[in-house]
Design a protein around this ligand. Structure first.
Ligand code: GCB
Length: 632
């Protein structure tokens, strides 16, 4: 498999990093903001708001970037707004970036939900569909046109979801005038999290020389003591010419080098990349320094973890050793910020993950910020990387336009995340209507495409469909199943969990003979609600649900169950509805990241699992060490 990697040519999307040849200027902070709340939701285009300063078109407010705009003000209409919102900011561009024609100046948006159009000084420079992946555009020639005018960046963002977007949604106009005023419409969504919107991740300008390292792809493996880093560098703006590639260890010592744009670097006495709790030195990263030697030099440094991933009919192997996923599902979600990127939240979440002994998470239900994956690389947290294919329920969302967009999104996702050692599997969807007839062609095409993009990682999608009716399961490498026994059906009947869960596993394994991850399970608990015997929504009920699942996992993990991911790490916001009390309360932490009782149950379990399943390389004394450090 490893030898047959097909190098598809896509323009690169390397994470912007400073280097001797590259500068980065963050544009985070306050932007001017205005929502287009005209009845036809189109006045901003009719009046060409991008042509002048936003403040000259009407009243603007301060809006932090990055952040969702929804929870920033006291205005319920803005919280629930559907349509175009406009962001604008003037930027002072360093004079040298303008005077030096040999400098590329790139504007990059980490993510904006959902559809974005970008203008610089009133000139449209790019647009992007999709709310969770970065996009960028070179703006050097534009800002050089008139170096005396400031650089005015305008970004219009529209959060409307339709049957062909990912995730899909539907807009319905309500015609009954006895109930709804003229123009009243509803955005229907088929997923269980608030459709937060705005500029969610950092916006920045960065430079490269005219001839620059555009993309790097690495695929790693090892043979005995030697690490193998197969790589390919692509250069834009000049013929590739001579380049130099140097792989350095953590101490900055060169361990392998080459002057070819592609090849295999061999690292003697390799330090492999290991997951957290599987090794005493997890998340080991080398640095790959890539230099071009065309008149102006460029340099880019890529962190590289050397590891292998493989799947058998009963196991998930990392570096040829069985890996058991004991982890969580997350959301990018918090008070006030919504889905806005926030380092304090990210670092807190990693501290909580490590505290509870989680070795993995799934990026339910969309790609997370690249900075989060970088943290995973460094801390050895294993990731199932999910695309925004959540809520594909309407048969029209299995059509050609939807599929074409889904394939594009997978291109963008793999291009962005292919080099992260923490990413061990792609998830192409969550709970699609995989029993519908078109699901077979849809998933066969989608999964084959993903494997063509990246033959080195297994591919899955997350099912809640019946094993007998699921159309896509033949194509996945790992079966991922969500189930909510004693919650959404047989409510209150905790005693049924062992029987139903056991049957779930036996049926799926019996039919497909593929390893299984319990990709979601859980129950809502309103923190502080107690009842014994347990009733739904109390902390006790959540605990018993977890423990009942765990007893079955403990039998099946000896056979073919390769992981368990709790739904959810933390409480999160949803649309208002009868089954949600200020959001989804299935978190084992509150939205403010305080533990419910269930967090301690998971912590005890995960550390025990780590000692049992992840003992590789840890001498017995180290196990003792964990037990002493975490006396549950
Ligand atoms: C699911 C979904 C997830 C929901 C969860 C729930 O199956 O994948 O997005 O939030 O159930 O709590 O209902």
């Amino acid at each position: 498999l490893w030898c047959t990697v097909v190098w598809r040519h896509l323009v690169g999307m390397l994470f912007p990093r400073e280097s001797p040849s590259r500068e980065v200027k963050e544009l985070n902070g306050l932007w001017d903001f205005r929502a287009d709340d005209s009845t036809n939701r189109n006045q901003s285009f009719e009046r060409a708001w991008y042509k002048k300063r936003l403040a000259e078109t009407g009243p603007v407010i301060d809006m932090p970037v990055p952040a969702s705009y929804n929870d920033i003000t006291q205005d319920a209409a803005l919280r629930d707004f559907i349509g175009w919102v406009w962001y604008e900011r003037e930027v002072v561009v360093p004079a040298r970036w303008i005077s030096d024609e040999g400098t590329r100046v790139v504007l990059r948006v980490g993510s904006a939900h959902y559809f974005s159009i970008v203008w610089v000084n009133g000139v449209k420079v790019t647009q992007h569909a999709g709310g969770h992946l970065p996009f960028e555009v070179e703006i050097g020639s534009l800002i050089r046109k008139d170096p005396t005018t400031p650089c005015r960046i305008t970004i219009a963002v529209n959060n409307t979801l339709n049957l062909d977007t990912l995730p899909p949604g539907k807009i319905q106009y309500m015609e009954d005038r006895t109930k709804y005023p003229e123009g009243f419409f509803v955005q229907y969504i088929y997923f269980d999290f608030f459709n937060y919107a705005g500029i969610h991740r950092p916006v920045l300008l960065y430079t490269t020389p005219k001839a620059y390292v555009d993309d790097i792809t690495v695929v790693t493996d090892f043979l005995d003591n030697a690490g193998l880093v197969k790589y390919k560098v692509s250069v834009q703006g000049a013929a590739t010419g001579t380049i130099s590639v140097t792989l350095k260890d953590k101490d900055g010592r060169s361990v392998a080098s080459s002057s070819k744009p592609s090849g295999v670097l061999k690292v003697e006495d390799v330090n492999l990349w290991w997951p957290y709790l599987m090794h005493e030195n997890p998340g080991y990263l080398y640095s790959m320094e890539v230099r071009t030697h065309i008149h102006v030099k460029d340099m880019y440094t890529l962190p590289v973890g050397i590891r292998s991933v493989a799947v058998t009919s009963t196991q998930f192997l990392i570096n040829d050793k069985p890996f058991y996923f004991h982890g969580v599902n997350k959301h990018e979600d918090s008070d006030i910020r919504g889905k806005g990127f926030d380092w304090s939240l990210i670092v807190k979440d990693f501290n909580l993950l490590k505290w509870m002994g989680a070795n993995s998470f799934r990026t339910s239900h969309y790609p997370y910020a690249e900075e989060i994956l970088q943290m995973c690389d460094r801390h050895g947290i294993v990731v199932i990387d999910e695309c925004p294919g959540v809520g594909i329920k309407d048969i029209r969302s299995f059509g050609n336009a939807s599929l074409a967009h889904h394939l594009d999104v997978m291109d963008e996702l793999v291009r962005r995340d292919k080099n992260h050692p923490s990413v061990v599997m792609w998830s192409v969807a969550n709970e699609p209507a995989s029993e519908m007839p078109p699901a077979e062609f849809y998933f066969e095409t989608l999964i084959k495409h993903t494997k063509d993009l990246d033959p080195t990682r297994p591919v899955t999608y997350i099912t809640d469909s019946n094993y007998a009716r699921d159309k896509g399961a033949p194509f996945v490498d790992v079966i991922c199943v969500n189930s909510y026994f004693s919650w959404y059906h047989d409510s209150g009947h905790l005693e049924l969990i062992p029987l139903q869960l056991n049957n779930q596993f036996e049926n799926w394994y019996g039919k497909y003979k593929k390893p299984i991850i319990q990709s979601e399970y859980g129950a809502d608990a309103v923190p502080g609600l107690h009842s014994d015997p347990p009733v739904m929504f109390t902390e006790e009920y959540q605990n018993i649900v977890l423990q009942s699942y765990h007893s079955v996992f403990d039998q099946k993990r000896k056979q073919y169950v390769i992981g368990e991911l709790i739904w959810n790490f933390a409480d999160f916001m949803t649309v208002q509805g009868l089954t949600r009390v200020v959001g989804n309360k299935k978190g084992v932490f509150t939205r403010q990241r305080q533990p419910k009782r269930a967090a301690f149950i998971l912590k005890e379990r995960y550390w025990r699992l780590a000692n049992e399943t992840g003992r590789l390389g840890l001498p017995p004394s180290n196990h003792q060490c964990h037990a002493v450090k975490y006396p549950w």
